[in-house]
Ligand binder design. Structure first.
Ligand SMILES: Cc1cc2nc3c(=O)[nH]c(=O)nc-3n(C[C@H](O)[C@H](O)[C@H](O)COP(=O)(O)O)c2cc1C
Length: 324
């Protein structure tokens, strides 16, 4: 049981989001914004080929110091292969995905599907950590949901993680069957909070404002690590606001912030256009705008123009019309 000691330190991590928080997004984000301590790659697949795809190699890039690669797999031997490979590339931590709720992933017993059979997950972790004891390998963290079809599974899962020397346990307190519906469960998170040390426990889920973070830390006063995904996409200043305990007030963005945000979006588009084609770059930006729209509730017409844009110039004009 924890003593409930309050902790003023807070560390903010950027959540992995397949197709959105890409290497390009992360590198442009670092240039324009501050406040995140760590970022994760969207999941990279480790399978019997024992090869990363070209796209996955780009995700790993030149091993930025704040980056943790995330692996999706169902077999300990493939995970160990990835640990060795990523060790060679210079990484000191690798994250295991035990949270992806997509049916195509979970039916193969990967992602949140790993949680369906606790004995299989225990064997997986035994095999991995025994090898890690003998070899110099990166630290291992896990990003997990709290069950597959019932919150009553949380205790067994938390007990299991507590038995291994993870460097971080990131908990998204929803079950697989929730997908992204319902709200994250403080009761389920509490089960992990009671068993996993504060220094390695990370809360993830629906933190969209400084106020959301304040509320969750009121419930869990020892909590010092949080991970933000959709909230950061909608408001890239969120990590800085959280660190400074600042709320946005009425308007989401100040005039200066709008300038920064536009600069960021223009550079991000240019980088995507350089790396992909014009059409794909526009599609990538539209994917991002699906998450940013909530920050521009009054600009329905301009948002529609973004959604309908078919070329780079149409897209850019539509974006500028939001800011001026
Ligand atoms: C489009 C999308 C892609 C995601 N991709 C990944 C992924 O590759 N790996 C992962 O662990 N979680 C992934 N997630 C889950 C997020 O990392 C995060 O756990 C989830 O969005 C809840 O946090 P949030 O409420 O702060 O967004 C994804 C979520 C979304 C919406």
């Amino acid at each position: 049981m924890k003593d409930g000691t309050e902790n003023n330190f807070i560390s903010v991590e950027m959540a992995p989001m397949e197709g959105i928080t890409t290497a390009v997004y992360r590198s442009v984000y670092r240039k324009w914004f501050e406040g995140t301590d760590r970022m994760y790659t969207p999941f990279l697949v480790a399978n019997q080929t024992h090869k990363f795809k070209t796209r996955e190699k780009k995700e790993i890039g030149s091993c930025p110091p704040d980056l943790v690669p995330q692996i999706l797999t169902d077999r300990a031997e493939h995970f160990v292969w990835a640990l060795r490979e990523l060790q060679k590339a210079g990484f000191c931590e690798v994250n295991l995905n035990a949270g992806c709720p997509s049916a195509t992933v979970t039916t193969k017993k990967k992602g949140a599907g790993m949680l369906a059979d606790i004995n299989a997950l225990r064997s997986f972790l035994d095999e991995v950590f025994i090898i890690k004891e003998r070899e110099d390998l990166p630290e291992i963290s896990v990003k997990t949901r709290v069950g597959v079809s019932s919150y009553s599974e949380a205790k067994e899962i938390a007990d299991l993680y507590a038995a291994y020397p993870f460097s971080k346990v990131i908990v998204h307190p929803r079950i697989r069957d929730d997908l992204y519906n319902n709200t994250p469960s403080p009761d389920a998170f509490n089960i992990f909070y009671e068993r996993i040390p504060n220094e390695i426990l990370v809360f993830n889920g629906d933190l969209r404002t400084t106020e959301d973070v304040r509320k969750i830390r009121e419930i869990f006063p020892g909590l010092s690590h949080i991970m933000v995904g959709r909230g950061l996409l909608a408001d890239p200043f969120l990590p800085k606001r959280i660190l400074r305990c600042e709320d946005t007030g009425g308007d989401v963005f100040s005039v200066d912030e709008k300038k920064t945000l536009l600069g960021f979006l223009e550079e991000l588009y240019e980088e995507y256009e350089r790396e992909l084609s014009e059409g794909t770059a526009v599609l990538k930006m539209k994917d991002l705008w699906n998450f940013m729209e909530v920050s521009f509730p009054e600009q329905k017409k301009q948002l529609k123009a973004i959604r309908k844009s078919r070329s780079g110039s149409e897209y850019r004009m539509a974006v500028r019309s939001i800011f001026f």
